[in-house]
Design a binder for this molecule. Structure first.
Ligand code: SF4
Length: 384
């Protein structure tokens, strides 16, 4: 992130009235949000965010889920500057997962107590909407209780464009095939200046928002994300949060908000180091500004378990997922792994009751399906 010259090294303006109002559940304006991003009193911001979290979610509980983040393909035509994961279609190490690989991954997910498959991939020109419908139908038939949390807005917009049908119709068809909720990937920063710099071939900020609006119309829920700490200004971070809050006021589509920092190690964009201070401050400000999103997840996958645990006192109430599999952040050069026992221990040590949950933040253990699937032959894995 470019350092903002107006960011005060110490407290110049007193943020206390803003923090007091936000901590008590009052709404703060964009200008006030920007004032918090320019304020360096991390502990004052964190205290207010923690108070807001305690009043909006079960104060004694820290939730988590158990899923795997499977990437059905790494082939992508987009070439985002921050992405170390994707390959060009036709590259020797480009892949598309097949039936046996899905079976092995879901078997392992179930054996480790998982209940949800987060499925995302690159924009692959050889995988039309029908292939994705076939995949969802097959997954639904084999594991009827597995929660299918699939396809970020850029993937959905790409499927719609290739099929020459509206986004709503695309989501309706995916839902009919088995899709249950939509991950918030591909948001990065919802500002077109930033997007032109880091992901010029990806959908615009308006298009990302519209996919989520259409998802809500189709009766689905979704997550909102923010990847920050690259080329954006503080004003653009506020713009991102404003767009998310406005859409949530309009639709209520988001179950959760997740912020993480750009991982520069293997990416084409090289930016300044964005550390724990910046992460905790942004996560806490997001909790205060996004007063209409109940759950805020810690990104221990990018920050490590120690900062992840500390973030439970900076407005966050959820440890996300065990992420049995995670490829995108790992390819970017960051690799933290934790199982359910470790997440629970982390929550307990911080004084909270760990609660394993489903996608809708309800207590949930694991699905009743057999790990190997039903092996029913009526619905076949789609041909690629
Ligand atoms: S971030 Fe997503 S859309 Fe961009 S290059 Fe990587 S896989 Fe493709």
């Amino acid at each position: 992130m470019k350092r903002d010259s107006r960011e005060t090294p110490f407290l110049s303006a007193d943020p206390a009235p803003i923090l007091e109002r936000a901590a008590g559940g009052g709404r703060i304006s964009e200008e006030e949000c920007l004032a918090l991003f320019r304020c360096r009193d991390l502990l004052a911001i964190g205290r207010a965010a923690h108070q807001a979290r305690l009043s909006r979610t079960d104060p004694g509980a820290v939730t988590y889920t158990c899923d795997r983040n499977t990437n059905y393909t790494n082939a992508c035509i987009t070439g985002c500057a921050f992405c170390a994961f994707s390959r060009k279609p036709g590259d020797p190490d480009a892949y598309v997962l097949g039936e046996s690989e899905f079976r092995a991954k879901i078997r392992e997910l179930y054996e480790r107590g998982g209940s949800q498959l987060l499925l995302q991939g690159g924009l692959h020109p050889g995988l039309p909407l029908e292939w994705h419908e076939g995949l969802l139908r097959w997954l639904r038939a084999e594991w009827p209780h597995l929660h299918l949390h699939c396809y970020s807005p850029p993937e959905i917009a790409y499927m719609a464009r290739e099929a020459r049908i509206p986004v709503f119709e695309t989501i309706r068809r995916l839902r009919e095939a088995g899709l249950q909720s939509i991950p918030g990937g591909g948001a990065e920063i919802l500002s077109d200046r930033v997007r032109r710099k880091v992901s010029p071939r990806k959908i615009s900020a308006d298009e990302w928002i519209d996919v989520m609006r259409q998802a809500s119309r189709a009766g689905l829920r979704a997550s909102a994300t923010m990847m920050f700490g690259h080329v954006e200004t503080l004003e653009e971070r506020v713009e991102h949060l404003r767009r998310v809050r406005d859409l949530q006021d309009e639709t209520g589509v988001f179950t959760a908000f997740i912020a993480w920092t750009f991982q520069p190690k293997n990416a084409a964009v090289k930016e300044e180091f964005c550390g724990a201070y910046e992460y905790l401050r942004a996560a806490a400000i997001a909790r205060l500004y996004l007063d209409n999103i109940p759950n805020h997840q810690a990104s221990w996958v990018t920050q490590g378990p120690k900062i992840g645990q500390m973030s439970l006192f900076f407005g966050l109430n959820d440890l996300g997922s065990t992420m049995i599999e995670e490829n995108v952040v790992r390819e970017a050069g960051t690799a933290y792994r934790m199982d359910a026992d470790e997440l629970e221990a982390m929550a307990r040590e911080a004084g909270f009751r760990p609660v394993k949950r489903n996608y809708y933040y309800e207590p949930y253990d694991h699905p009743a399906d057999a790990p190997e699937g039903r092996r029913q032959r009526k619905i076949l894995f789609p041909a690629y």
